[in-house]
Design a protein around this ligand. Structure first.
Ligand code: CA
Ligand code: CA
Length: 194
């Protein structure tokens, strides 16, 4: 048995004997405790997996974020190797606000993959990009989700399309999905009335 080739394997592959090397409490391929990192701001993160109740020891592979129960916060779907998948529902009190954008390219590709959205609200600035995948064996939603904390409004949204076109929206109310079509301004109802 080749040591390196068999580290972490649990099944017979290409004539291997299928032995799994015992590495004690350590793992070189899965069965590590899941961790959840909370953004503390200022480039700092806190590991809150235990407090959030999602620090299971599983052989995780793919992971995706989605609002499975459509209540405005993101939930997590985890795909495990030879184990049931997990759907972790965020049960935090619904006190925070959010906004989502669904982009559609016209000069750019229709899915707007590669577009960058910059959000400014209160003293915060957030950046998201439309991507087709993120992480190992994982696809991600083409809808961009931004958590806004206690802010009920977004002062400015800047969209940089893959074509190079840059568009800007101002004063959007929170807690809604905003469709954005390249080259078009959204309906007036999307804008808050001041
Ligand atoms: Ca949710
Ligand atoms: Ca929730």
């Amino acid at each position: 048995m080749d040591f390196v080739e068999n580290v972490g394997r649990r099944s017979r592959v290409n004539g291997d004997n299928g032995d799994f090397i015992n590495v004690g409490i350590f793992s070189l391929n899965g069965y590590e405790r899941n961790a959840l990192y909370q953004n503390q701001g200022g480039g700092c993160f806190a590991e809150v997996g235990y407090l959030a109740g999602c620090d299971r020891v599983e052989d995780g592979r793919g992971l995706g974020f989605l609002d499975a129960d459509q209540d405005g916060d993101l939930d997590i779907a985890i795909n495990n190797y030879l184990q049931p998948a997990r759907l972790l529902i965020n049960q935090a009190p619904p006190e925070n606000h959010w906004i989502r954008f669904r982009l559609q390219g016209t000069r750019s590709n229709r899915s707007a993959i590669g577009a960058r959205v910059v959000l400014e609200h209160g003293a915060r600035r957030q950046v998201r990009e439309v991507t087709s995948s993120a992480g190992y064996l994982s696809g991600q939603s083409l809808t961009l989700h931004f958590g806004l904390g206690l802010d009920r409004e977004v002062e400015r949204v800047t969209v940089r399309w893959p074509s190079g076109r840059v568009e800007e929206l101002r004063n959007l109310r929170a807690d809604r999905l905003v469709p954005l079509i390249e080259g078009q301004v959204g309906p007036a109802s999307l804008f808050s009335k001041k």
